[in-house]
Structures are given as C-alpha cells and as structure tokens.
Design a binder for this molecule. Structure first.
Ligand SMILES: Cc1cc2nc3c(=O)[nH]c(=O)nc-3n(C[C@H](O)[C@H](O)[C@H](O)COP(=O)(O)OP(=O)(O)OC[C@H]3O[C@@H](n4cnc5c(N)ncnc54)[C@H](O)[C@@H]3O)c2cc1C
Length: 536
C-alpha cells in the first residue's frame, strides 16, 4: 500500500529544505526524502575525525543567501548565526603578504606595498563590480524570462525583463557583455599589474569552475561571488555557527516547525509518472511507494532525468540538453584538524582578521593559469592554489579549546578524476598543498592531527555532485539564466506535469543561495492558482 502526501521533495540539500519549509508554511503536507543519513547535501557539517571536531565537509562560507529568505523562514530562531569572515590575506613565498581589508585607507596602504598604481585603481574596480552587481544581482533572484517563447505569458515575462535592462546605458551595456563573456584576466587587466593583487582577485573567478583565469566566462564567476552580502555589507562572506551544517540545520528546523517531515536514509529510486504525463509520486530504493501530485527534485539534473524519471516520459530534446549539461570539475576539498594556529613568517602574531580571514595561496594569475593548464593536460597541479579558512577562530563549537579546524578549497586535479577514486594521486596532491602552506607558515605540517581529502569522485559518489562539480554544473555563459538546465524549462517546471526542479543547476543556484528552493514554490503557487481559475 502506498502512503500519500501533497508534495515529495527529492533531496535534502539546502534547496530541498528551503522548498519544503515554504511549501509546509503554505499548509501542504510535505515529505523530504534524502539519500544520505544526514540532510544538508553540500552544505553539511560532519565528524570524520571523531566527536571532538566538527568539519564543514564541502562548502564553508555563506554570503548568497538572501536576507529576506532568512527572515521569512525565521532561521535565526533555529540557530542560524553568521560570524563575518575577515578579509583576504595572501602570504607569499618571498615572505611578504597582501591583505585587502574593508577600510579603504588601510586597503590602499596594503596594496601600495606592491603597486601604488594598483592601490589607486582599486576603488574604480570595486565601483565597476558594484555597478554591474546592481544590474545583474536582482536578476539572479528571479525566475528567468523564457527568452524565445511566443506564448502570451512568455511574451509578457520577456517584456518584464526590460525593467532590468532599463538600468543599462550604452556604456554599461558594453560593460555587462564584456563581463559575461570575458575572462577574469580580461576583467583585471585594465586595473591591476602586480602579481600579488591579480593572484588574489583571480581566485574568485575560478572557484568551482573547470576554467582557468584566462578562460572566457570567469569574469562572471567573479561577479557571482560579489553579489551576496553579510549584515548588509555587499560582497561580504561569513562563517555560519556550527559550519555550513548550521545553515541547513536551521533550514531543517524551520521546515519541521511548519510541519514538513524530513526522512534521511531515504533514497529515491524512481520518480513515477502516469501514462498521461503527470507525476504520480516516488518509489524509494527500499521499495516503499509515496504517492504525490507534486514532486520537487533538487538533485543533480543528470540524476533526476537520467536515472529517476523513465526516459519515455521525457521529450528527446530535453533529454539531449540534460545529457550535454557540462558538470566537470577539478576541485579537491582538504579538511584538517590542527593542534594550534599557523604562524605565518610574514605575520607571526595572532590576528583574528588574518587567521579568521580568507587565506589565499596564489602567487599570481599566471600561477593559477598554469595550475589549470596542467590539469587540462591530465596532470594534477604541481602548485595547486588554495582558498583557506579557519572558522574555529570565531566559532568555539567546532574544536576543543586551543585546537582548530581548517578548510582548504583547492584546484585543480584533472576533471577525469570524477570517474575513479585516484586515492594515491589525491594524497600526493594534498601533500603539495600542505607543503605550500608550510612554506609560508613553518611548522604547519606538524600541527596537523587529522586530515580528510575529498576529490571529484567522492563528491560525485557520496554527495551526488555529478562530475564533482560544486554547483551541479558549470557556471559558464552557455549554462546561464534561461539555459539552466535545459531550453524551455528555466521556470523550474519540467516536461512532466506536477514535477518541478529546484537544485543548484537551475537559475539562481550555484552556492548556498536558497533561491531555486524559494522560486520553485513561487512557480508552484502560480500554477495552482491558474489551475483553480481554469476549474472555475
Ligand atoms: C567543495 C565545495 C565547496 C563549496 N563552497 C561553497 C561556499 O563556501 N559557499 C557557497 O555558497 N557554496 C559553496 N559550494 C556550493 C554549494 O555548497 C552548493 O551549490 C549547494 O550546497 C547545493 O545545494 P542543493 O540543495 O542545490 O544541492 P545539494 O546540496 O547537492 O543537495 C542535493 C541532495 O540530494 C541528495 N540526493 C541525491 N540523489 C538522491 C536520491 N536519489 N534520493 C534522495 N536524495 C538524493 C543528495 O544526497 C543531496 O543531499 C561548495 C560546494 C562544494 C562541493
């Protein structure tokens, strides 16, 4: 016998939890089915080193989650708290360092240590990024207009898009096109010449991408990381208390408080459809069936439409788009437990703005490009770059007193590593990242008590990130806005009536944004209203 629910949400990552919370708040009977034993997806805190250390396994900082979502779901009542992250700190092989503090005068002094011209250019660069973020940022939170649609509703939505384009003048329209199509090198070239500044600023253009800083499209990735805010500070990032599992724990708490049920260890084997092309419910791997007139999939689209939905229920052109979806990666996450904080040669004293900042190991933009090109040629980088943080500097819930946890986001290994574990190569790669840290903070290696290395294969197999891509698919120009993840379905519907999608591969996804999870509920509400009107 089957159970019946109003809605089944497939996947208990943050988007699934956000969708469940809003749907349950609307009064629907919602069940979330999560394959793993813990909800949270890529935003999860786990204990791989035993009970004493809490590790933010994959994602590590928050910025892109809209403040309105936090207040709608009253996440603060469920434990959501963010410690603002300190600024960039880039210790260098020659014993110097570059910092980029928020205070303009301090920042200018720091940059001028490397180049007076770069220091003078920084405010113009920042103004340029803020200007474009003001135009493109609001578009990120909306359901995309269905470009090319000729239906009356589609034409009306395309007309609405003009209200964003009204903010463009002729100069800005060129700036936007250049930003969308260019590389982060193209973006930085007019402003900066010093390796130190170019190295640090190019990191946010390549985070999570299978592209180097000279590849087209990486300028947009930089902007994507500047769109959010923490405490009203644009572009700022923060450490959630309890790691990223603190964010998804609060979302799960909110969803439950509105009446949703979240089941872990509940892998969906099939999303069932009727012969008439409607969704009928899901069948779990255990054989249990749950019937529902609404199903929201938040898993990677190649899992949802390549494995869970019967191919005969889907049109060939849709399936072709899903098969062609690019989801490569060369990201390796390294998590460490330390018995003390690193002592940097260039900055030996403890400073929460340094140790609690974004510690970047990247000597120059070319350093990053070389690392990428090695991976393209099939070799893991000899000198991987690393974006590092030590959240336990602010959050005492993560490690015993005096000890710390360190998160190292690094790139690149070859994207083909998603197909097999490559344990030995990943071990040697992690040794090189640690040696790089040792070279700027002598004694670092001996402070390591435990280490965990998560490469593309494990990201895919254990966390459902196909290809190891951290965003369920590359943030490239061909996969943006109305192209996410298939032509004609960026409105979060699918070819199966009653089946919706809201994972990171949809527009507004790519990071812990919650935007797809919120927008899918808006789309479902609109469709239910329209259906009620048709019945009348
Ligand atoms: C190494 C790394 C670092 C990152 N760093 C950051 C960062 O610092 N800040 C940031 O904002 N973003 C970061 N991201 C990106 C961000 O974490 C993701 O974009 C986001 O968490 C994805 O959320 P989601 O809900 O869309 O999907 P997911 O979190 O992938 O959730 C999908 C869920 O579906 C489950 N699932 C899969 N198949 C099934 C099935 N058949 N049945 C039931 N359940 C299933 C999975 O187990 C998973 O829990 C990072 C990602 C990675 C991998």
């Amino acid at each position: 016998m089957s159970a019946r629910r109003d809605v089944v949400v497939v996947g208990g990552g943050h988007n699934g939890l956000v969708a469940a919370a809003y749907l349950a708040r609307d009064g629907l009977d919602v069940l979330v089915c999560e394959r793993r034993e813990v909800a949270g997806g890529a935003a999860v805190t786990e204990r791989p080193f035993g009970p004493d250390y809490r590790i933010t396994s994959l994602s590590y900082v928050v910025s892109l989650l809209p403040a309105s979502l936090v207040s709608d779901l009253r996440l603060d009542k469920h434990g959501y708290q963010v410690f603002p992250q300190g600024p960039y700190f880039a210790p260098r092989a020659d014993g110097r360092y570059l910092r980029l503090p928020d205070d303009p005068a301090d920042r200018s002094r720091e940059i001028a240590k490397f180049s007076a011209a770069d220091a003078a250019a920084y405010p113009a660069y920042q103004a340029h990024m803020r200007d474009i973020a003001r135009i493109l940022g609001p578009m990120l939170v909306e359901i995309p207009a269905p470009l090319g649609s000729r239906s009356p509703a589609g034409l009306a939505r395309q007309a609405m898009l003009l209200r964003h384009l009204r903010k463009l003048d002729t100069r800005r329209s060129v700036a936007v096109i250049r930003l969308l199509t260019g590389s982060v090198a193209d973006l930085l070239d007019p402003y900066f010449a010093s390796d130190a500044v170019r190295g640090v600023l190019s990191v946010s253009g390549v985070i999570g991408t299978w592209a180097g800083p000279r590849s087209g499209g990486t300028a947009y990735v930089t902007l994507h990381h500047h769109i959010g805010d923490v405490d009203g500070q644009p572009g700022a990032w923060g450490f959630p208390r309890g790691g990223m599992g603190g964010v998804t724990g609060a979302m799960a708490g909110a969803a439950r408080s509105f009446g949703a049920q979240i089941r872990t260890g509940a892998e969906v084997a099939r999303i069932r459809t009727t012969p008439g092309g409607r969704v009928a419910g899901v069948t779990l791997v255990s054989g249990e069936e749950v019937d529902a007139g609404l199903v929201v999939s938040t898993v990677h689209p190649q899992i949802a439409f390549g494995q869970l939905v019967e191919p005969s229920a889907l049109p060939e052109d849709f399936l072709a788009d899903i098969r062609r979806w690019q989801t490569r990666s060369g990201t390796v996450k390294i998590n460490l437990a330390l018995d003390r904080l690193p002592v940097f040669t260039s900055h030996p004293s403890f400073d929460p703005q340094v140790h609690g900042g974004t510690i970047v190991l990247a000597e120059s933009l070319d350093d990053l490009e070389n690392a990428f090109q090695e991976a393209v040629r099939g070799q893991p980088s000899a000198q991987p770059f690393a974006d590092i943080c030590i959240p336990s500097v602010f959050d005492d819930s993560l490690a015993p007193a005096g000890h710390h946890v360190m998160s190292m986001f690094t790139q690149w290994v070859p994207c083909g590593y998603a197909a097999a574990p490559h344990e030995a190569e990943l071990g040697a790669y992690a040794d090189r990242v640690i040696a790089r840290m040792e070279s700027v903070a002598p004694g670092f290696t001996s402070s390591i008590l435990h280490r965990q290395v998560i490469g593309p294969h494990r990201m895919a197999e254990e966390y459902g990130l196909v290809g190891g891509n951290i965003f369920h698919g590359e943030l490239s120009l061909g996969q943006m806005y109305h192209a996410r993840p298939a032509a004609g379905y960026a409105d979060l519907r699918t070819p199966v009536r009653g089946l919706y999608q809201a994972g990171s591969a949809t527009h507004g996804g790519g990071g812990v944004t919650g935007i797809p999870g919120r927008n899918v509920v808006r789309q479902i509400r609109a469709d239910r209203r329209a259906a009620r009107l048709r019945v009348r």
